[in-house]
Write a protein that binds this ligand. Structure first.
Ligand SMILES: Nc1nc2c(ncn2[C@@H]2O[C@H](COP(=O)(O)OP(=O)(O)OP(=O)(O)O)[C@@H](O)[C@H]2O)c(=O)[nH]1
Ligand SMILES: [Mg+2]
Length: 381
């Protein structure tokens, strides 16, 4: 610090001099009154003020050292807090989790992320165990965590597959006919409406719609209403014969989308009826719609019941209604099919995503901001 002593007849004058000479950042270090000398009858009392200013360079160094300490402290606190949060996320899970933490504590963060995202305990442990195998024992803690994350992501990506099933690559000369099946109320009809809009308006394909939902009054009207808005042909079909006629009418289309009635996955009789209709030699691809709001066990049972259709892809719906899309990873692990579509809201046609693998993984891990997804099919907005 640069210091200097100023003398003046009064404090105000001393301060004015200090400000002028050292600037407004100067600090007052001490003040003193100097009494009049007894031997000098004309003498006056004076004020002495010692002022100082922090040297610029030294100050900058000190400031940056303090900043570094603060940042270090902040980072370490942040690390502690996130570890505590991870431990809370893990607390209450079974002995499998405790065991893996005993042998690989560095996996706590990854494990917590999986569990928070709704991935099952069993799958999370298995993914971590598989990813640990490839880790070199010579790595330090930070490097181990980094490599573990990388390996886990690679394992997840290897399990996932996506398929943009409804593109323009069909050169067979006959329409691609696709039926949507799944439990009641998962969003089949709404998804078909969104997809029809995407294909006809954005991809400029000729699209026809067929409803074989002959159980409920209004089911056909629901699809027909969407079709009318988009100017698409939409017909009902109540039997195999109807379906054959409808497909004949639509043979000049690029794509024909078939809406089916939702059924409880315990209602084998009704599932069988649809099966007989759409699997009777029309070359129809089948897409299994499952809502991610369902519990994992229900999703698994529904997929198992609808697996008689031998589905070609999954359509996961209502991701906007849960933060636990990790169950998609479990479902894909149970029955491995590519994912063709994801829906994230009620708005037609916006809330539809044709995911790529990375997007799908981000959705599964709850990392995809809903705002971006809400804008429509990824890459086509
Ligand atoms: N939040 C949310 N709601 C959705 C989504 N997709 C559909 N829905 C809503 O879910 C409800 C049922 O949708 P539908 O399309 O009629 O479902 P469905 O599978 O055809 O139903 P059934 O024909 O009765 O089996 C409607 O209120 C839709 O608006 C979605 O992605 N997110
Ligand atoms: Mg429906």
């Amino acid at each position: 610090m640069n210091k200097k002593i100023f003398r003046a007849a009064n404090i105000q004058e001393a301060l004015a001099n200090i400000k002028e000479e050292m600037g407004k950042d100067a600090m007052i270090l001490s003040t003193r009154k100097i009494p009049r000398k007894p031997m000098d009858p004309y003498g006056k009392e004076m004020f002495e003020v010692e002022a100082g200013i922090t040297a610029k360079e030294g100050g900058a160094e000190r400031d940056s050292a303090v900043k570094k300490i603060d940042e270090g402290l902040f980072e370490s606190l942040k690390g502690d807090i996130s570890e505590i949060k991870d431990m809370i996320a893990i607390a209450g899970f079974g002995s499998g989790i405790q065991n893996i933490l005993c042998s690989h504590f560095e996996s706590v963060g990854v494990l917590a992320s999986f569990l928070r995202a709704g991935v099952s305990e069993r799958l999370a442990i298995s993914l971590i165990e598989r990813s640990m195998v490839a880790l070199s024992p010579d790595l330090g803690q930070t490097e181990r965590i980094k490599h573990l994350k990388k390996n886990v992501m690679a394992h997840c990506l290897a399990q996932l597959s996506v398929k943009d099933y409804f593109n323009r690559n069909n050169s067979s000369g006959v329409p691609h006919v696709a039926a949507f099946v799944g439990p009641t109320g998962v969003g089949k009809t709404t998804t078909i409406a969104k997809l029809a809009a995407l294909l006809s308006l954005k991809r400029k394909m000729k699209v026809g719609l067929i409803s074989i939902d002959n159980y409920r009054i209004g089911a056909f009207e629901q699809l027909k209403a969407y079709a009318s808005i988009m100017g698409l042909l939409c017909v009902p079909a109540f039997s195999a014969q109807d379906l054959a006629c409808a497909l004949e009418r639509m043979k000049s289309m690029d794509v024909v989308l078939i809406d089916t009635a939702g059924h409880s996955h315990y209602d084998n009789k009704k599932i069988d009826e649809i099966l007989r209709l759409i699997k009777s030699d029309f070359g129809i691809s089948v897409h299994l719609a499952l809502s991610v709001t369902a519990e994992s066990i229900n999703m698994k049972e529904a997929a198992s019941a609808f697996s008689v259709f031998n589905p070609d892809t999954y359509v996961f719906t209502k991701i906007d209604e849960t933060k636990r899309c990790g169950k998609i990873l479990d479902q894909v692990n149970n029955l491995n099919l590519p994912v063709s579509l994801i829906t994230n809201g009620q708005k037609v046609p916006e809330d539809l995503i044709v995911p790529d693998k990375q997007t799908l993984l981000r959705i599964i891990l709850g990392k995809e901001p809903k705002g971006i997804l809400g804008k429509g099919p990824k890459g086509e907005v």
